[in-house]
Design a protein around this ligand. Structure first.
Ligand code: MN3
Length: 207
């Protein structure tokens, strides 16, 4: 069994004008595919072969298998990231996630400020996440490189890719403009609310 590159859940031009077709094609077809291909090469003939992607991530994290971890985590992170955006998004979350955001951050604009500032504060490559802690409270965290919140026992609800390959063609060095566009025009609150309401890890193959 080998890991497969999941299809984008929308057309490559569906996120215009906030994310270009060129960015999505290169990001998905070259970067994401590269992580999947390198992961398949790295697990071939090892105990990781045949495991679910997140089990590979967890096992490699525990054993300190850096190459397997980096590629498995990046394969998972990108599959999750595509689902965190939608051309048919709602401007705000509903249901239980909406009330938990108010309880934790005070309001959606306060979460927005925290999400963007956390994304700006991450030096170099990584990811910014809205997560649920094990006690049910929410937080905004960032991880370096391929890191993901499950490694810290947190459940991811929403993420934005902070690697330059995610935004450089469209925003050049203006990471803040990219983060603002993600939060205001791309973030799929329906998906985040679904992750929040479901038990267990978000299923990146569910779309
Ligand atoms: Mn990326």
């Amino acid at each position: 069994m080998t890991f497969k590159l999941p299809d984008l859940p929308y057309a490559a031009d569906a996120l215009l004008p906030y994310m270009s077709e060129q960015t999505l094609n290169i990001h998905h077809g070259k970067h994401h595919k590269g992580y999947v291909d390198k992961l398949n090469a790295a697990v071939k003939g090892t105990d990781y072969e045949g495991l679910d992607l997140l089990d590979v991530v967890r096992g490699a994290h525990e054993k300190g298998d850096t190459d397997v971890f980096n590629n498995a985590a990046q394969a998972w992170n990108h599959g999750f990231f595509w689902l965190c955006m939608s051309p048919d998004r709602l401007d705000a979350p509903g249901g239980k996630l909406a009330s938990r955001i108010e309880e934790t951050f005070g309001s959606l604009p306060h979460l927005r400020t925290k999400f963007i500032s956390e994304g700006m504060a991450r030096f170099g490559s990584g990811w910014v996440w809205l997560v649920e802690e094990s006690d049910g409270t929410l937080d905004v965290v960032s991880t370096a490189n391929g890191g993901l919140p499950q490694a810290a026992g947190q459940k991811p609800l929403l993420t934005c890719d902070l690697w330059e390959h995610a935004y450089y063609l469209d925003y050049q060095n203006a990471r803040q403009k990219y983060l603002e566009a993600f939060f205001d025009h791309l973030a799929d609150w329906t998906f985040a609310a679904g992750c929040f309401e479901k038990q267990g890890d978000p299923d990146i193959l569910a779309a």
